[in-house]
Ligand binder design. Structure first.
Ligand SMILES: Cc1cc2nc3c(=O)[nH]c(=O)nc-3n(C[C@H](O)[C@H](O)[C@H](O)COP(=O)(O)O)c2cc1C
Length: 189
């Protein structure tokens, strides 16, 4: 049996918007993510789901470390465009951004960020299109007071447009997903 899923309800789930950084040797990269979750309270563990086609995935797999910058609500859309719609394969995304270092080697973006966290991968789960990285926080710093940007704030800024300029295929308003035996499939004509 094929199940048709409307993607709109998934966009009503409340998410934050984060800048994720990682490193490979002496190279840095960053992307936008809405899938950072703190999953344990004491000695905090975090999860993040990362698309396997992204350069950031390659960097996290290589170095096992990533940085999280919790973006503020007033973060300009051009920053999200740069980090979330371009690949580090085409552009040096950190060139004009300020960042600092925590305990380790991963740059942590400080521009438009309320807080920064550095994390080390301790496990991962293959999700077919994505990898779910499970990581322990190795350093954290609160930078300033403010309101964090939510996914709802972001969709209002972007009028619900997620996808057209993305280097990786993504879903847009009105799209449906068809699932058969747990796998995404094309709808039967
Ligand atoms: C609002 C928003 C949320 C996103 N969330 C994720 C996410 O959780 N995981 C992911 O892999 N990509 C996510 N992306 C897409 C990446 O940021 C995008 O594919 C980026 O261009 C990848 O860059 P890279 O190839 O330099 O790593 C998101 C993009 C936007 C605009």
């Amino acid at each position: 049996m094929t199940t048709k899923l409307d993607i709109r309800p998934f966009w009503d789930i409340s998410y934050g918007i984060y800048a994720i950084t990682s490193i490979k040797d002496d190279k840095y990269n960053a992307k936008i993510s809405n899938t950072v979750t703190q999953v344990t309270e004491y000695s905090p563990l975090l999860t993040i789901s990362v698309n396997k086609h992204s350069l950031t995935h390659e960097y996290i797999e290589h170095s096992n470390i990533f940085g999280i910058s919790i973006l503020e609500k007033t973060c300009p859309i051009n920053i999200i465009d740069l980090l979330g719609f371009k690949s580090g394969r085409e552009v040096d995304k950190l060139k004009n951004l300020n960042y600092e270092f925590g305990q380790g080697l991963c740059p942590l973006i400080t521009d438009y960020s309320l807080s920064i966290i550095e994390a080390e991968v301790i496990n991962s789960v293959d999700l077919n299109t994505h990898t779910l990285f499970i990581a322990k926080a190795t350093s954290s710093k609160h930078l300033k007071e403010g309101d964090p940007m939510t996914f709802a704030d972001y969709t209002k800024l972007h009028n619900g447009v997620m996808s057209e300029r993305s280097p990786i295929p993504t879903l847009k308003y009105g799209d449906s997903i068809y699932i058969k035996h747990g796998n995404i499939c094309k709808p039967a004509k």
